[in-house]
Design a protein around this ligand. Structure first.
Ligand code: UD1
Length: 368
């Protein structure tokens, strides 16, 4: 059974890694790894292949950056050619980036069975490009693998039949648990000259936060206050750096004495930093889940989350992007310690195993 697994952007890499490993263990499976090239920089892509010991992609589409329509269209045109020549038995996509959606549509139109890992997440905010990607991908998928029960509820509400939905847990957590020890070997804490629990970690890259001068300015105003209380490490996504320059905030940031800006970090370095942070501020999806497992307080710089289980059970608090609210919650953590939470159901390191078992079983039953 030939399965093409798609990766495209940074947050896909840690999701495909345990799936590829698990598929390689099954004799009857022939896993092919395809990289669309949505992320192409050394620090946004290659470092993850190295850190996660991912095999070189079998197929590289090299689509690069562009508007959403350009990027998705380039993926579709190139992926269709691959599907016509490779004729896989299944396409497996993960997450919610443009590459996920573009490959899903292409596979569905060629009637190739399609599996979506991390299905059913909904922020109910369609201005978020990822929300559109999630809805489209789920609507054309044949196997919908979910990370939490709320995702099952979302899918059923959208009319997706029960027999397509499988609650399997979280592949991102498989990867995290597997690499915790490796992360301990990183000397990043020493290199950045910080001490365990005496720094905060910040990531922000969503268009809704960084593209507009007001929202970015508000977050940087909060940062000015926070770094007076505790050192802050801020790895800069390429989009964020570009917008900081465009909006003229570079010198404002240079004056922040306790702020440490760095290039985007590799998986192991970032995991080490998260695990020893006092708290994390982020607008990423995956980091909300990772901090929940690590029991590190997380403040999410958004108005909503497609991962509500990280709030109801984990360490996450939704704070939006207004300075006063952010500062209030930071003070709360500094004075009272922040949320500790509990581990969500099936986030146990075995999600990829469950997914591959289901795929193999269905294929053997002839439903694939
Ligand atoms: C994408 C995903 C987002 C994910 C994020 C993680 C979509 C819609 N968004 O957003 O869900 O959280 O990845 O990083 O798919 N760039 C580089 N080098 C690269 C890649 C991008 O410099 O290797 C720059 C380019 O200027 C590009 C911009 O970053 O235009 C944005 O890249 P893009 O892939 O369009 O979206 P992200 O903001 O990275």
């Amino acid at each position: 059974m030939k399965v093409i697994t798609v990766t495209g952007a940074r947050p896909n890499m840690m999701k495909v890694s345990p799936l590829i490993d698990e598929m390689r263990r099954h004799k009857g499976l022939n896993p092919i790894l395809l990289h669309t090239g949505q992320h192409y920089d050394e620090k946004m892509s290659k470092v993850f292949f190295d850190d996660l010991s991912l095999p070189e992609p079998d197929i590289y589409l090299g689509v690069g950056s562009g508007s959403h329509a350009e990027q998705a269209a380039r993926v579709m045109v190139k992926f269709e050619k691959v599907l016509l020549s490779e004729r896989p038995d299944m396409v497996l996509v993960v997450g919610d980036v443009n590459s996920t959606m573009a490959c899903a549509i292409t596979a569905a139109k060629l009637h190739i069975p399609l599996a979506h890992v991390e299905a059913g997440l909904r922020s109910f905010d369609r201005r978020m490009p990822e929300e559109v990607n999630r809805i489209i991908t789920d609507s054309v998928s044949d196997y919908l693998f979910t990370t939490s029960e709320d995702a099952n509820v979302n899918l059923k509400r959208e009319g997706i039949s029960d027999d397509k939905i499988f609650f399997v847990g979280n592949v991102m957590i498989d990867t995290l648990l597997r690499h915790l020890r490796g992360a301990e070997m990183s000397d990043i804490i020493h290199r950045l000259n910080v001490k365990e629990r005496e720094y905060a970690l910040l990531t922000v890259h969503r268009p809704s936060n960084v593209d507009g001068k007001d929202s970015l300015g508000e977050i940087l105003d909060a940062l000015l206050y926070i770094q007076n209380k505790i050192k802050v490490i801020f790895p800069l996504h390429p989009r964020t750096l570009k917008m900081i320059k465009e909006h003229g905030f570079l010198s404002f940031m240079r004056d922040m004495k306790n702020l440490i800006t760095v290039d985007p970090l590799g998986y192991l370095e970032f995991l080490r930093l998260m695990n020893y942070a006092r708290f994390v501020l982020t607008d990423s999806g995956g980091i909300q889940e990772e901090t929940t497992i690590l029991k590190i307080p997380c403040l999410t710089l958004r108005e909503n989350t497609e991962r509500p289980v990280t709030v109801t059970e984990g360490t996450n608090v939704i704070v939006g992007n207004c300075k006063d609210r952010i500062i209030k919650e930071v003070e709360n953590i500094l004075n009272n310690g922040g949320k500790t939470g509990r581990i969500p159901q099936l986030w146990d390191g075995k999600a990829a195993e469950r997914i591959v078992d289901i795929i193999v079983r269905k294929a053997t039953d002839g439903h694939g």
